[in-house]
Design a protein around this ligand. Sequence first.
Ligand SMILES: Cc1cc2nc3c(=O)[nH]c(=O)nc-3n(C[C@H](O)[C@H](O)[C@H](O)COP(=O)(O)O)c2cc1C
Length: 292
Amino acid sequence: MKVLGIVASHRRLGNTEILVKEALMATERDGAEVEIVRWQNYRILPCEGLATCLFGGVGCKLKDVDDHNNLLEMIYQSDGVVFGAPCYIKEATAVVKQFIDRLFILGSQPSRVRGKPAVIIMPYATRGYTQYAFLQPNILLRQLGMKVIDRALVHTQGMNEAVAHPELLERVCGMGKALVNSIRTGDTTYLGEPGICPICHDRIIRIRKDGETVECGTCGITGKVNIEGGKIKVHFSEEQLDWIHSGRSGHAAYEILPSKDYFRKLRPILREGREKYREYLQIDPEPAESTS
Ligand SMILES: Cc1cc2nc3c(=O)[nH]c(=O)nc-3n(C[C@H](O)[C@H](O)[C@H](O)COP(=O)(O)O)c2cc1C
């Protein structure tokens, strides 16, 4: 049984590293083989947006140019993931989003860790300044089809401060134990603090333009808001929940891939129409391939 610890913080021996390592130690005591990686130590280039990974059937163009594919392969070699990222300006660190953008490839090469468990550990410093902390880690693990079985925002600000809080170390240690148990039993029941969305357990609820419908900012499932006993409640329809559970919500398979023929037909019109913009205001320096 292999568990991968991902540290998405640049700080060496910072809180993320300490907390992820504490969780990994617990998994190791329970029999796991462990590995750890710091994403900031690797080169993850921005997605070039050409979508050849989806439509061309040739994989990612940058596959052998940077480390994204190798980092993805590390995840694929694991049975479970301890994902750690600090909260930076209300969200996870930017490297997480950079990694996610390159996951367009999953539309043509499906994830090999579907259904496997993961936990999320996020150190932060300021209460009330963490609104979108779980957003990107949730999106990342959902894109990969992994099941988040537990997650924690861990209040620890100063460099290495986590070591001064035995209760925090105990909390993440428990997450490590739960991860091993989930790998062994296949039970991916969510153990963390309940959220509003029953799928991602997040609390980011958007009000749609109709003024009646709300949606989960992470999963996109829609529902209606009611006030019950003075408390705000969101009811998501069974239909929406079934849609997500059945896996039919695949954005690439149902919305992007079918557009291929449409854009193929449109190509001559687009090629002609774009010429007007080619010579206007040069953007420098411009890599040759991005203008093709
Ligand atoms: C650039 C930067 C931005 C931060 N933004 C936030 C924030 O928005 N909310 C918060 O609660 N903490 C914020 N923090 C504090 C870190 O989340 C916190 O110190 C955390 O323990 C750092 O983990 P690390 O040691 O693994 O890097 C920020 C820290 C830095 C350096």
